[in-house]
Design a protein around this ligand. Structure first.
Ligand code: SF4
Ligand code: SF4
Length: 71
């Protein structure tokens, strides 16, 4: 199974949670400890080893915050 590597442009995230909702592995979450340049809690990857690189999160994001690479 492919392993995904995610890069976040965190300062563009508006914390809408769409990527969190649609990740089939349920491994994304809003980081309530952080506040980004827009004043939102940005999304983060909770379990990096479980990401399969499907890119659903990147497709769902309306702001192009997430880039997905596979290895
Ligand atoms: S690439 Fe797929 S498995 Fe990985 S965080 Fe995004 S939606 Fe979840
Ligand atoms: S990364 Fe995109 S889809 Fe996910 S919470 Fe941020 S703005 Fe919404």
């Amino acid at each position: 199974m492919a392993k995904g590597i995610l890069k976040f442009n965190s300062d563009k995230c508006k914390g809408c949670g769409l990527c969190v909702k649609f990740c089939p592995k349920h491994i994304l979450g809003l980081d309530t400890e952080e506040v980004n340049a827009l004043g939102y809690h940005p999304v983060g990857l909770l379990e990096p080893d479980s990401c399969v690189g499907c890119a659903t999160c990147a497709i769902m994001c309306p702001d192009g915050v997430i880039s997905v690479y596979t290895e």
